[in-house]
Design a protein around this ligand. Sequence first.
Ligand SMILES: Nc1nc2c(c(=O)[nH]1)N[C@H]1C(S)=C(S)[C@@H](COP(=O)(O)O)O[C@H]1N2
Ligand SMILES: [Mo]
Length: 517
Amino acid sequence: MGRRLRTHAVTTEQTSKVSMLEGALTGLVAAALGLGLAELVAGISANLRSPVLDVGNRVVDLVPGFLKDIAIQLFGTKDKIALLVGIAVMLALYAAALGIIARKFHIRYALLGVALFGVVGAAAASADRAGSVWYSPLPSLMGSVVTGLALVYLSAEFGCTQVKETPSSRRRFLAHAGAGLATAGILAAGGRMLNDRFNVAAVRDALGLPIPADPLPFATGVEAEGAVPFFTPNDDFYRIDTALAVPQVDPADWTLTVKGLVDEELVLTYDDLLNRRMEEFDITLTCVSNVVGGGLVGTARWLGVRLDDLLEEAGIQPGADQIVGRSVDGYTCGFPVSTLDGRDAIVAVGMNGEPLPLDHGFPARLVVPGLYGYVSATKWLSEIELTTFDAFDHYWVPRGYAAEAPIKLQSRIDTPRGLQKIDPGPFVIGGVAWHQTIGIESVEVKIDDGEWQAADMADAANDVTWRQWSFPWEATSGRHSITVRAKNKNGAIQTDERTEPLPNGATGLHKTVVLVN
Ligand SMILES: Nc1nc2c(c(=O)[nH]1)N[C@H]1C(S)=C(S)[C@@H](COP(=O)(O)O)O[C@H]1N2
Ligand SMILES: [Mo]
């Protein structure tokens, strides 16, 4: 370009402030245009993602276990939104800074900053997640080129503070900025529309589910007053995973491969899977990151095929001691071959009477009773690999979590909620307790520093779901603490020793405080 872009000395402080603001806005508009274009480019192929998602995914993969737990404790299942908002804020600050640099120092430095941004995005896009291809960096690269061009153009048109700011030049600048932002919005919206063709929600909605071979009778007597519903509705079921954008897997293009240390590799299509013996299983799923009293636990009626049947058909070779479940997005879980002791470990395709929701692993996932989700419950399942613990660390192991993780004995008070205000008189305390696959024998409740007292137990559906309990109480005025503990069917009593989720699940007793008027 022939034009000189160097900025000139600022004459008055006021001009300086205005030009800082205009510089920041220039940076924001340029970045928005680049990101808008990147979004559009990302819409071309299912293998491409917006740089924001690519960088976000990279951040997720680089985060060690303890930081993930902090994020979950701070933001709960909104941790992904928190991360994306954090990235957006950082990007905006960065872009504004580049705009100011272009104006105050030299466009050259700002362009270096844009290039750096493009390189980071490109690197994040080609990171080792499954689904990255040679052209994955395209959105980032094209986006940063557009950002650079926009910055050059806007700085050339409006960057020279020597030209006296007049109301008309300011109006022209704001008109340009507005047009830039609108264009960015249109580009991004176009990208989103293009991306919609990869969304499989409609495909899922059109699917029916096979009828189970032996429909499971509906569990009765399993609910206790004060506890959450025995079956967690799909919409309320906690969601924990490393996928910032939910993988869109069309069952028509999907296969499940059983491979590794097996006699015969199996490749099953979705229809192959549905044509096997379908059974129903009530199983409580539990996340290792759940803190004492937390909500990362839920129960569903799963429909699927037995994993032991599938592996018997493939033939597990001697020496294999780990079963790895790999997701289409590269996530892996791993659990001992010895887990398959007859328990109902399954490849699930249905959840509470529907095809698996997209968030919960459509079209197929693993569910293994008795193990925390991170070692067992791979969603968007694509491969089951027989290997050894020596040969392979599953996803969370290098990030500080234990390679093996059976679920720990836990109990939770659902009613009252912490610091709930209630009236004196009869009040029913209620909650859930779980220790898959051993099962819950009894639950005890303690008011303030009193004696442990037996709770009323709802029926146990089986030993792999939570068991509900309630405790009728005569509430007296004042502030009271309520503590709960459970005993499992082996006679073990829940420990009061408090430990963090890392490295293999939290322990300690749930205690809540209630305010009686
Ligand atoms: N592909 C994939 N599967 C995954 C995970 C993941 O990050 N990616 N997280 C696991 C963890 S930590 C848990 S607790 C369960 C949660 O399953 P849900 O989201 O259906 O409740 O999924 C497991 N399966
Ligand atoms: Mo988890």
